[in-house]
Design a protein around this ligand. Structure first.
Ligand code: ZN
Ligand code: MN
Length: 492
């Protein structure tokens, strides 16, 4: 048996991923045409990206910097002298008849990414290589009836191709890897917007299983998945397909298959015979890509604390659960916001702040355009003040949410004043509480009798009545105590 040993419920399933990520540059990799998505077809082109005779490529230094940043975020070793190669093939969206990529000496190798699996388990996934290459154009099938058009706006846009080691053991682990990869590349390294719909992130996957005899099947490559959910579904289907071929005594062919989302299955695309010989050779128009080690180090040091470390630190320093730590570390600016609000206060306070961030603030962000952050809605100092008022019992969870809403929606500036002006403070005055308790018990004699007869779960019912009368502002502990007292006087 080859490949990683051990199962984790994957029963010998081995998956490797190849991910293409578009770098967030203003211009293309070897010319100064605009690289942004869209534009009237065929307008963002020049002799270089059209491959006209005599045009010469000039590497985009910003693309190089972003590629090194991506490599550093994935803990790769960066080659100080990587090279460009030509990958030759014929296709209508490839005007030069070859793609400039890095084959023999990629920009970076031997990295890793720590992934969180569903069961809270962490696993390191090896990155075999990361290289820089240009994108091809795009075939457009829906512009003219019965004809296919070519849009070369995308030709020459900078990509990094990231290839993992075959160390993922399940479709869910593959999805967890992709979640982590996009989190790192989009929010931490900030090198790409990782938008699958616009094609700035594309995933191909290799998968093989072990059959009943213990032999590993040939691996198949699966393409054409346009969301992480589909990657997971396609891989699950492909795994089950390979298993049933082997169980029936058949042989899995080494081939490329295409995910058909509508049918929910993979279909053969091309077999080994249909494989192209790319005749790679060094790109004669470009010198080696020289990178001073000091420059690489500076880029590495310029990265923020990466999410797997940050999650661990938030859990250790603030006592957050793995779930809360992951939520706070979803983006580095959110983690910074959380820490600014918590300061050096204790774990219970940190938990309260985390609850506000994942509760009312997350809710408010959902209603706003992408790119708006917590700090844009409410400064960390004012959030901390609401957490304090919640903690000292002035606010209940309900009224704390109301105070937050008012502050977030800009109806008020000052937490203390909101509480006062809107009368949000919890009522702890025994006389006022007793009046609500008595009303609640007296207007439900039947339930009171049942409670007295031992139906203790009716306490929830009475608490609900008291809270309704109190507009949610009764101190729950005191109210419960008074309710118990009053109900104990009722005859069963
Ligand atoms: Zn161009
Ligand atoms: Mn590629």
């Amino acid at each position: 048996m080859t490949g990683p040993a051990g199962g984790e419920g994957g029963a010998g399933t081995v998956i490797g991923l190849e991910v293409h990520v578009q770098l967030r540059t203003a211009t293309k990799l070897f010319c100064r045409c605009r690289a942004a998505y869209g534009g009237e077809p065929g307008t963002r082109v020049c002799p270089v990206c059209l491959g006209l005779p005599g045009a010469l490529p000039v590497p985009n230094q910003e693309a190089v910097r972003l590629a090194v940043r991506a490599a550093a975020a994935l803990a790769c070793e960066v080659d100080p002298r990587s090279r460009f190669d030509r990958k030759n093939y014929f296709y209508p969206d490839l005007p030069k008849g070859y793609q400039i990529t890095q084959y023999h000496r990629p920009l970076a190798t031997d990295g890793e990414l720590e992934v969180r699996l569903e069961e809270g388990e962490r696993r390191r996934v090896g990155i075999r290589r990361l290289h820089l290459e240009e994108d091809a154009g795009r075939l457009v099938h829906d512009r003219y009836p019965d004809r296919t058009a070519v849009d070369l706006n995308r030709a020459g846009v900078p990509l990094v191709e990231i290839v993992t080691r075959p160390e993922l053991r399940s479709p869910a682990a593959a999805r967890a890897f992709l979640d982590r990869l996009t989190q790192v590349l989009e929010h931490y390294a900030a090198v790409s917007d990782c938008n699958m719909e616009e094609g700035s992130l594309r995933v191909d996957a290799n998968l093989s299983v072990v059959g009943p005899s213990g032999d590993r099947a040939a691996r198949t490559e699966v393409k054409n998945m346009n969301s992480f959910r589909h990657v997971e579904r396609a891989l699950a289907h492909e795994r089950d397909r390979q298993r049933s071929v082997l169980a029936d005594g058949g042989r899995v062919e080494r081939e490329t298959r295409r995910w058909d989302a509508e049918a929910g299955r993979t279909r053969p695309m091309r077999g080994k015979a249909g494989e192209v010989d790319y005749r790679y050779f060094p790109e004669p128009d470009l010198p080696p890509l020289s990178l001073e080690p000091a420059r690489v180090e500076a880029i590495r040091e310029g990265l923020p604390e990466l999410p797997h470390r940050l999650e661990r630190r938030l859990a250790e320093e603030h006592g957050l659960s793995p779930y809360d730590a992951a939520r706070m570390a979803a983006r580095p600016d959110r983690a910074a916001y959380f820490e600014a609000a918590v300061g050096d206060r204790d774990e219970a306070f940190a938990k309260q702040v985390a609850n506000f961030v994942t509760g009312k603030l997350a809710e408010a962000l959902n209603r706003r355009p992408e790119g708006v952050a917590e700090a844009d809605l409410l400064g960390p100092g004012r959030l901390a003040r609401v957490a304090e008022l919640r903690r000292d019992g002035t606010l209940s969870s309900t009224t704390a949410d109301r105070a937050l809403e008012a502050l977030i929606e800009g109806e008020a500036d000052d937490p203390d004043r909101v509480v006062e002006e809107r009368g949000l403070a919890q009522v702890r005055d025994r006389d006022r509480l007793r009046a609500w308790v008595e009303e609640a018990v007296d207007s439900h004699p039947e339930e009171a009798a049942r409670y007295a007869a031992g139906e203790e779960k009716l306490m929830g019912f009475f608490m609900g009545r008291v809270m309704r009368r109190a507009g949610g502002k009764a101190d729950p502990e005191k109210a419960r105590e008074l309710l118990r007292e009053r109900l104990s006087e009722v005859e069963p």
